[in-house]
Write a protein that binds this ligand. Structure first.
Ligand code: TXA
Ligand code: MG
Length: 315
């Protein structure tokens, strides 16, 4: 059974140690409980997707101790800085251009050139961030498709043994997820309405954000319906049991002739952790055709295959 522990200083120190070791810690924030992992460790981030049973990779929110830390990971425009200064810590997530030198796992951003950042206000989340002294990737701590947890008990019921430790900080005071604002372009866009009233954003920016994301074809999609995904330029062939002469091989398991291998030992966590970084790397070589070894349709393999199928679909 997963341990629920009252969020004492000792429990928080243990939680920080678990994060360092690549473990999963559920933590209270002012909005909802998050399922946290070290945002720099790919296999730890892969465990988040595995625990949630998510059949696809959605980018995750990176929780930071403060604005100064957040600036290591993303580029803040002056309006974004103003918002952060006025509203953080709080229920606002900012989507911003990812820094090349961020050191974050590419699984956190699902390969996108932007990253979602938030400085939470909950004292337990703040204490853990300060003790851990690093970025914590954390989606809501619920199984995929279920409602977000606002108590430690909800987390245990939903995710149980998949979590190494649940820090109990009582019921979340806000109770709905953070408001997500895309500030990665000159046009502020509200991607998800949430715990921070949009009026506060409007007041700070002096303008109302546009509602919804802009999809690659320039159409506006409804908040929460965002399907922006990294797509490689190269053509992809899946379930390749061998690589042809004009193909660049991306292996999984034993795969002679592969240029890169997601996980020579067949470990799906490693494969998930490597997926976006390796696709980017092969794409950057100018490869025209990438052929990918078969990946089993179990556990994280479902999300990996979902991602690969989208990338292989005609555009
Ligand atoms: O209140 C919250 O935000 C909670 C607590 C734990 O902080 N977290 C949360 O995370 O609700 P999650 O993973 O359930 O929702 C994150 C949302 C997803 O809808 C995802 O698509 C969006 O943030 N997101 C993350 N990175 C993004 C990016 N680079 N561009 C656009 N959307 C992004
Ligand atoms: Mg969620």
């Amino acid at each position: 059974m997963t341990r629920i522990r009252a969020a004492t200083a000792e429990a928080i120190a243990d939680a920080a140690e678990l994060l360092r070791q690549g473990g999963l810690v559920a933590l209270p924030t002012e909005t909802v409980y998050g399922l946290g992992a070290d945002a720099r460790q790919g296999p730890a981030v892969a465990r988040i997707y595995e625990a949630k049973g998510r059949p696809s990779f959605n980018p995750l929110i990176v929780h930071c101790a403060g604005l100064e830390r957040a600036q290591r990971y993303a580029v803040f425009s002056s309006p974004a800085t103003r918002l952060a200064e006025q509203i953080w810590p709080g229920a606002l997530t900012l989507v911003l251009p990812l820094r090349r030198t961020s050191g974050l796992s590419s699984l956190v951003t699902a390969g996108l050139p932007s990253v979602a950042l938030r400085v939470p206000a909950h004292p337990v989340a703040r204490a853990l961030l300060s003790e851990f002294d690093g970025p914590i990737a954390a989606p809501s701590a619920n199984p995929s498709g279920r409602i977000s947890p606002t108590t430690a008990r909800h987390v245990e019921t939903g995710l149980g043994p998949a979590v190494d430790l649940i820090l109990d900080g009582g019921a979340c005071p806000v109770g709905v997820e953070s408001t997500i604002l895309d500030m990665s372009t000159d046009t502020p866009r509200l991607l998800r309405a949430g715990g921070l009233p949009v009026e506060e954003i409007t007041e700070c920016l002096g303008r109302m954000p546009v509602l919804g994301a802009e999809d690659p074809k320039g159409k506006i999609t409804a908040p929460g319906q965002l399907s922006s995904h990294y797509a490689p330029r190269a053509e992809l062939r899946l379930n390749a049991t061998e690589f042809r002469q004009d193909e660049t091989g991306l292996g999984f398991g034993p795969a002679p002739g592969a240029q890169l291998n997601l996980a020579p030992d067949g470990d799906l966590r490693k494969a998930a952790a490597n997926l976006f970084a390796m696709l980017h790397e092969l794409d950057a070589t100018g490869a025209q055709r990438i052929a990918v070894s078969p990946i089993p349709e179990t556990g994280l393999g479902l999300a990996i295959n979902d991602r690969l199928r989208r990338a292989a679909a005609p555009r």
